[in-house]
Write a protein that binds this ligand. Structure first.
Ligand SMILES: *Cc1c(COP(=O)(O)O)cnc(C)c1O
Length: 406
């Protein structure tokens, strides 16, 4: 039946007739809404390798596993239509409250938070400017960053057409500021490498009346970072949702000054004809992101850290039973700030390169991914392991290391 005819029929038939007598079998109408009885496991069905992730929250291994509460939220919210902007409005208020920001929005990851934030700084609520991006005639066009912060992630900003200006000192920054300067960008994980630290960066931004943005994508834990940079006075703060927070992998948060968040949203869906149109976040993920954040803020982080240490100790005990194996617990000061176990061995006693060990761990089912090292060492992260996977990783590492022992 053609759609036109169907609509005509629906409008003239009484309700009971529509259900029972229409061309659509009632069973088909029901199954469209009821979940399938047979659960399919597409990862197995399509022969995709399932991984035990002892590496951490890396994009190429699909980041993190969403919390059950996030999945529940996604499933439940998927059953109804709503107005997309209303979802962002309501969620934005909640996120802003949790993170001490004036306003917030859910973006398609930290990367998109950075694009939209920059776009908002450039265009404000000017529709013509928004349509014009990434061509910046008549707009500001430069973003200042420290030389050591000028890493690949800054490409997000370049999507808007801006040019990156590198400086190393406050004096150089003062000299670089001009009427084209749109923003000052800080990359949190490079804090130690730059001469100018957070507070001074913010103070310089205020002094020259230039908005400041910080990329802290992978910088929870510690949880306090979620509000620390807002409290400090950064105008825009960008964070990933699908890393430690275990929200949707394709979600993130942009938070900061009210007018700048409004301008960022102005460049984003549901509005079109702008550079943000391809960075759509569906209602399910917006809500899922909020639930992940709420859960993360309410997590007992001391307890969680202790749990990671126990996992590390368990694996440590196992591998150290192999002659010549030594270990070290390392915690990156920035980005994925969680304990890792570095495992080293004497290549004369254990005949393995780190690459060999990685391949052996990967080659069996369940396949295990670990971090490679240089020559005679590897590292494991326990951050993304499920509880029952800790022993599997420990046993398999012991097995391969002892098998290669001479
Ligand atoms: C992961 C990461 C990003 C990108 O974040 P997505 O949420 O994947 O878009 C940006 N900057 C840094 C420093 C990151 O680690």
């Amino acid at each position: 039946m053609k759609r036109r005819d169907l609509i005509k029929n629906l409008s003239i038939l009484p309700a009971s007739k529509v259900l029972l007598g229409s061309a659509i079998p009632i069973g088909a109408m029901m199954t469209a809404c009821t979940p399938a009885v047979v659960k399919r496991d597409l990862i197995n069905e399509l022969g995709i390798r399932k991984i035990i992730n002892a590496v951490g929250t890396v994009t190429f291994m699909t980041g993190s596993l969403m919390h059950d509460e996030v999945i529940d939220t996604i499933v439940t919210s998927s059953q109804d239509f709503v107005i997309l902007d209303e979802v962002q409005d309501k969620v934005g208020v909640k996120i802003a409250e949790l993170c001490h920001a004036e306003a917030a929005m859910v973006s398609a990851g930290c990367w998109s938070a950075m694009i939209l934030g920059t776009a908002g700084v450039l265009t404000g609520l000017d529709a013509k400017k928004s349509e014009q991006l990434p061509f910046l005639d008549g707009m500001k066009s430069e973003v200042i960053t420290q030389k050591s912060h000028n890493q690949g992630y800054i490409h997000a900003l370049k999507n808007t057409g801006v040019k990156i200006i590198e400086v190393e000192t406050a004096e150089e920054l003062a000299a670089a500021v001009n009427e084209k300067t749109a923003m000052m960008w800080f990359l949190n994980y490079c804090t130690a490498d730059g001469k100018i630290k957070h507070e001074e960066w913010v103070a310089l931004g205020k002094k020259f009346n230039i908005p400041t943005m910080i990329d802290m994508a992978a910088d929870v834990p510690p949880v306090e970072n979620l509000w620390r940079f807002n409290d400090m006075g950064f105008d825009l703060v960008c964070v990933s949702g699908g890393k430690a927070m275990r929200g949707p992998q394709s979600a993130g948060i942009l938070m900061g000054k009210k007018d700048l968040i409004a301008a960022a949203r102005f460049n984003a869906p549901p509005r079109g004809g702008n550079i943000g149109r391809g960075m759509k976040v569906n209602k399910e993920e917006i809500l899922g992101m909020y639930i992940a954040l709420e859960k993360y803020v309410n997590t007992d982080h001391v307890k969680e850290w202790k749990m990671w240490e126990e996992r590390i100790a368990f694996i440590d005990n196992s591998v150290k039973k192999v002659t010549s194996v030594t270990t070290e617990v390392t915690v990156p000061p920035f980005a994925n700030h969680t304990p890792n176990l570095k495992i080293s061995w004497d290549v004369n006693k254990v005949k393995l390169t780190s690459k060999d060990l990685q391949e052996k761990m990967r080659g069996r089912t369940p396949s295990i991914e670990i971090m490679g090292g240089s020559g005679n060492n590897v590292a494991v992260s326990v951050f993304m392991l499920k509880p029952d996977q800790v022993k599997i990783v420990a046993d398999r590492l012991y097995e391969e290391l002892s098998k290669a022992s001479v």
